[in-house]
Design a protein around this ligand. Structure first.
Ligand code: CP3
Length: 351
């Protein structure tokens, strides 16, 4: 890695080193709220966009450039990793992702194969193309779903309100559950290793649906597999562990691993950092809907998040979940500028 990249604002903060101002990026920064994204997306289906490296690279790069954020995130999705494992994946217009052959029985598990990582070559090609064109001080983030979240898609076949099918299998067939999550964890590790080899400087694990579990169930049915992923990734690469929907899981999220905790907006950032300890970095955590409020509210709430971080080294500003399609891109740009401006006066206060 070049010294410029090593000393970039994002990677310094990821290592909890002092920075000139708070780094910021936005989950789902290359998405439908952005006209540059919609123009490309109008010409191809979502899966084609993911699978054509020159287009995926273009939307990755234009989002970083348009917003002025301190990191780019690879344009891809959580679910294509399931295709080489034997699942048929479809994105319906407006309805989100669908798995056409979800797992319902022990017998179904037999057709779940180990992931042939070469079949995801379009992702690594995108990483290489993006890295070639990104500014030298902007890291590229890779990502994957966590084992629980991927398993819930593989079982439900799509989104779910109560995750009833997932929990039925989890409670009734512990051996099926363990086999599926173990297989997913191994695939995720290989997939992220390949992204890192291709040129990602950090990775984020999204456990978007795990908030439906109680702490005891998280410890038993999700934590061991997330832990397996974090333990096997190269130790020098920063890892962001993001989960959402359940503040009671915070200490267990830390225990599962990751050098940066990705926090949703339901928690006060200062309290959360205190609870997990200041020897881990913290990412978050503005409510995405604040981007649809007036500018004075946006400014006050941005200031409140920065005040919660208190100028402590190791804060990476982000939303508490992905930016929504109805958001005005001007507000996202204004947020990035505000964080940079307000973060400069706070950074490293008294540390
Ligand atoms: O952050 C980025 O800009 C990188 C790209 C990215 C996408 N999906 C692109 C996308 C990332 C990191 C994801 C992660 C992802 N995908 C998650 C975890 C993040 C989270 O929000 O918790 C999840 C749960 C998915 C699965 C998924 N993909 C859903 C539920 C949907 C449909 C809902 C929606 O927002 O449309 C997608 C489709 C998707 N993934 C789109 C984008 C830009 C929209 C598709 C389109 O253009 O029609």
């Amino acid at each position: 890695m070049t010294p410029e990249l090593h000393n970039s604002r994002f990677l310094r903060a990821a290592r909890r080193e002092p920075v000139d101002t708070t780094p910021v990026w936005i989950m789902r920064q290359a998405g439908r709220y952005l006209p540059e994204y919609r123009r490309v997306r109008d010409r191809v289906t979502f899966l084609d966009l993911c699978k054509r490296p020159e287009l995926a690279a273009e939307v990755t790069l234009t989002a970083q450039q348009a917003l002025g954020v301190d990191a780019a995130i690879l344009f891809a999705d959580l679910l294509p990793i399931l295709e080489p494992m034997g699942f048929q994946l479809e994105y319906t217009a407006g309805g989100g992702p669908k798995i056409l052959n979800p797992i319902r029985t022990l017998n179904d598990l037999r057709r779940v194969t180990a992931c042939d990582l070469d079949e995801l070559g379009f992702v690594y090609d995108t990483v290489r193309l993006v890295r070639k064109q990104l500014p030298g001080n902007i890291p590229l983030l890779g990502f994957a779903g966590a084992p629980f979240t991927l398993a819930s898609y593989a079982i439900e076949g799509g989104g779910s309100r109560d995750f009833a099918r997932t929990k039925r299998i989890m409670y009734a067939c512990p051996e099926l559950w363990a086999a599926l999550l173990g297989r997913l964890a191994d695939s995720i590790v290989g997939y992220l290793e390949r992204q890192i080899e291709a040129g990602c400087q950090a990775v984020q694990i999204f456990d978007s649906w795990v908030g439906c579990l109680s702490p005891a169930d998280y410890r038993r049915y999700a934590l061991p597999y997330s832990q397996r992923v974090f333990a096997r990734l190269p130790p020098h690469v920063p890892t962001i562990h993001f989960l959402t929907g359940n503040p009671a899981l915070l200490e267990l999220q830390r225990e599962a691993g990751g050098s940066i905790i990705g926090l949703d907006w339901r928690m006060d950032l200062a309290d959360a950092w205190q609870r997990v300890g200041h020897d881990v970095a913290m990412q978050g955590n503005l409510d995405p809907l604040v981007l649809q409020a007036d500018l004075a509210t946006l400014k006050a709430q941005t200031q409140a998040v920065l005040a919660g971080a208190g100028g402590r080294p190791g804060h990476i500003f982000n939303l508490g979940h992905g930016v929504l399609p109805e958001t005005d891109p001007a507000n996202v740009k204004a947020l990035v500028a505000m964080v940079h401006e307000m973060g400069a006066s706070r950074s490293n206060d008294g540390f």
